[in-house]
Design a protein around this ligand. Structure first.
Ligand code: SAH
Length: 364
């Protein structure tokens, strides 16, 4: 049955569910090989870097799975200054990373918006526009998104987290700040402004079903998404969902293995279904398996996000427990990750943007 589905040109929702449910070792290999062949055809045997700069963990939101949520009083909050951020961007530029991702907890006040605008402009200026910039600063007004686009950001990553609205409600507080429909509207604004638009989900959230994940993939297609950043849910012990998972025995080694595999299967099935989009093998994969990111590439991912955050801040930016690379620095991460890419027979697209092929193919 798996062979038959993998030969089809158009997959139905039932097909997606069947593929996401594979457990047999041989069938899994077939799935990953098929996904990789599609990556090879549409993208090539190449992966691109987005140096990840986590510049602040202040957050006005209270997402119940996230370690830096507003109500977590155990977090030591930090906000990097401009010089620190530019230092990391400069490092990425000099090391030919091609692109960076600026990520932080969410803030919507004027000081924050102006600060980010200034940082984007400065990076754009000193690199002559030759360093790609992905932004990941949560839900903002269309006006703010526009400001940052005009300043030089050209890709934006905003995960929908889950497209099951009830599940979305279960893992977020019920108030204006955490509205599902607003998040969808944000994705539409980003598209309208001209960004390459990225979204994604977490896999293995308590009470999430395989059908939910199939719906997530269909959502990516319906929203004409250019880039996907998704990863397995990982427990953070000082959060409501993390506590729920631990208390209900949902964080055993077996669960972790299940979530990791779900992460790989989602990458593969998304690659097969969407073909030419950018898909990241995220750090969360590596948090659950030391070879997580290599396996992500072999399952069809083509983007890696090495952390280049200055060492002193890494441990303070923990969205989940056991974040990898906390004790590393940017130089070590580069060597380690480049070796990982080469170990699976690929090369790194140094000095290239590595933009979403899907974005440029669309008639707009
Ligand atoms: N505040 C920004 C960026 C930081 S959070 C934003 O909302 O986009 C980036 C992503 O980390 C989130 O979208 C979420 O999918 C992921 N994340 C947060 N907590 C997590 C956890 N416990 N396990 C796995 N991923 C998590």
């Amino acid at each position: 049955m798996i062979d038959k589905i993998l030969q089809k040109d158009e997959l139905t929702k039932e097909d997606l569910i069947t593929l996401l449910s594979i457990e047999d070792e041989q069938d899994l290999q077939k799935l990953f090989e098929k996904a990789y062949s599609i990556k090879e055809k549409y993208i090539g045997k190449i992966s691109h870097y987005r140096g990840l700069i986590e510049f602040s963990n202040y957050c006005i939101k209270d997402c119940e799975y996230c370690g830096i949520r507003k109500s977590n009083n155990l977090v030591d909050r930090f906000f990097m200054n401009k010089e620190e951020i530019l230092k990391m961007a400069k490092w990425a530029f000099e090391n030919e990373y091609g692109s960076i991702t600026l990520q932080s907890g969410e803030r919507t006040d004027k000081d924050f918006i102006d600060f980010v605008t200034d940082v984007i402009k400065s990076i754009k200026d000193f690199t002559n526009g030759k360093l790609g910039m992905t932004l990941c600063m949560g839900e903002q007004t269309e006006e703010t998104y526009k400001k940052w686009f005009e300043a030089g950001g050209h890709r934006y990553l905003l995960r929908i987290e889950t497209t099951n609205e009830q599940l979305y409600k279960n893992i977020h507080p019920e108030n204006e700040l955490h509205s599902f429909s607003n998040r969808v509207d944000c994705l539409k604004s980003l598209r309208k402004i001209g960004y390459q638009v990225g979204t994604g989900v977490m896999m293995g959230i308590p009470n999430q079903t395989i059908e939910d994940l199939a719906n997530d993939i269909i959502f990516f297609k319906n929203m004409d998404i250019d880039m996907i950043g998704m990863g397995p849910y990982i427990v953070h012990k000082d959060t409501p969902i993390g506590k729920y998972a631990i208390e209900n025995n949902l964080d055993t080694n077996e669960n972790k293995k299940y979530r990791f595999l779900l992460g790989l299967k989602m990458i593969a099935v998304t690659r097969i279904f969407l073909k030419d989009v950018n898909i990241a093998a995220t750090t969360a994969l590596q948090a659950l398996d030391p070879l997580g990111r290599e396996k992500g590439i072999k399952a069809g991912a083509n983007i890696l996000m090495p952390i280049i955050t200055l060492e002193d801040y890494r441990e303070k930016y923990q969205l989940y427990d056991n974040k990898p690379c906390i004790d590393d620095n940017a130089d070590k991460c580069k060597n380690c990750l480049t070796g990982r890419v080469m170990s699976v027979g690929e090369k790194v697209g140094f000095g290239e943007f590595g933009d979403s092929k899907h974005f440029f193919k669309k008639s707009r």
